[in-house]
Design a protein around this ligand. Sequence first.
Ligand code: SAH
Length: 215
Amino acid sequence: MMIDPRRLRERMVKEQIEARGISDPAVLAAMREVPRHLFVEPALAMKAYSDSPLPIGEGQTISQPYIVALMSELLDVKPGMKVLEIGTGSGYQAAILAHMGAEVHTVERIRKLFFAARKRFADMRLFSIRPKLDDGTLGWPEEGPYDRIIVTAGGPRVPQPLVDQLADPGKLAIPVGDTRRQQSLILVTRENGEVTEQNLGGVAFVDLVGSHGWT
Ligand code: SAH
């Protein structure tokens, strides 16, 4: 890369993230630190800091930087929290959460993406991320409950196993829609034994495929 990636990240944070109202210092710091260009194919590295999702192979995408920031802020992640991510993809969102101090468990169903992400985590010495190859709509019950759960693919409903694995207090963010590729971002909150849902508006994610997702 000819241009200093630090400067590209600084610009990305200013123009795409802060300008749209994201202000959580932990989110902004993580987005300044994590080398997003190393989470895409070398041929796309120059585009890594642009205001859009990018293909990562297998018909999947790394989310737009703003969406990663939005979901990270929404979850209000604090150091030491146990976080479950469904849809590892490139591993970028998991790396952001790890930089925020979370202990991240992340599940991916596509073998090739799982292996590529696992290698990135090792190369970047991101030891607080534990990846797993599986159907994430079932969660990762052996390691739960989780303070936070983030689903980075869109499904037809909130998978019940994920609600079951959510701690009290706990927050779960997931794109839900009854048609594919167009969803509402749903925030599920558990507090004092009560589960509530909040609709935060329209988003567009790739499909959540699995037992409690699309078939
Ligand atoms: N968080 C990712 C975004 C990846 S796109 C990133 O930062 O790059 C969504 C990912 O969800 C895809 O890789 C897709 O294969 C995966 N996915 C879809 N359904 C899944 C399921 N049931 N379990 C685990 N991963 C799933």
